[in-house]
Write a protein that binds this ligand. Structure first.
Ligand code: IMP
Ligand code: MG
Length: 179
């Protein structure tokens, strides 16, 4: 991690405080019924585990692998399901848990896929939102933080698989910036 500079954008305590608020809000919005959290691997797994523990009710947890980004910072626009769900969504309230909504290409595609599984309801919770970058419409019901158009790492987010295990969310600056 020594070749690039990391500038803290969202410190760990702010992230955790916001996730506790989100957990309370989502718990109020779903007082009963089966609620499924769908974690989009790999970036969202840190957010999912903290959000699930901030919930005041039971949740089912399942995982979906999607690939859009390669090793760099820009999307190819191609979306591929690399790991599918284990549990049926039919008749369930479903919350897609995502780390960041950027162009919207990934979630726009995924929402079409998940709608075909006949859930009772389908919404998105994203920790981060970069609205300036949107090229596809995506309805994001729960947003942790809106951030400017900067590439961020940490708390699950990576650059070429690095930096996921940082507690803070940081802007990546330095030699890798133009990659
Ligand atoms: P989208 O399809 O362009 O909305 O991209 C969504 C995915 O791109 C996210 O789930 C992330 O994996 C990745 N991504 C977008 N912006 C960033 C960033 O700033 N840092 C790290 N990953 C990002
Ligand atoms: Mg992702």
């Amino acid at each position: 991690m020594k070749d690039s500079k990391l500038r803290v954008l969202l410190p760990a305590d702010r992230i955790q405080a916001r996730i506790r608020e989100m957990g309370e809000e989502i718990s109020r919005d779903y007082p009963d019924g089966n609620l499924h959290f769908i974690c989009i691997l790999k970036g969202a797994c840190f957010f999912l585990t903290d959000l699930a523990r901030a919930m005041k009710r039971d949740v089912f947890v399942d995982f979906m692998g999607i690939s859009t980004y390669g090793k760099g910072k820009s999307t190819s626009g191609e979306v591929k399901v690399t790991k599918d769900l284990d549990i049926s969504l039919e008749g369930a309230d479903v919350l897609v848990v995502e780390d960041i909504v950027d162009s919207g290409i990934t979630l726009n595609y995924l929402m079409h896929v998940l709608e075909q599984r006949k859930p009772k309801s389908l919404r998105i919770a994203a920790l981060l939102d970069k609205p300036e970058r949107r090229v596809r419409t995506v309805p994001v019901t729960y947003v942790g933080f809106q951030i400017p158009d900067q590439f961020v790492v940490g708390y699950g987010l990576d650059y070429a698989e690095k930096y996921r295990n940082l507690d803070d969310i940081c802007v990546l600056e330095g030699p890798e910036e133009e990659a």
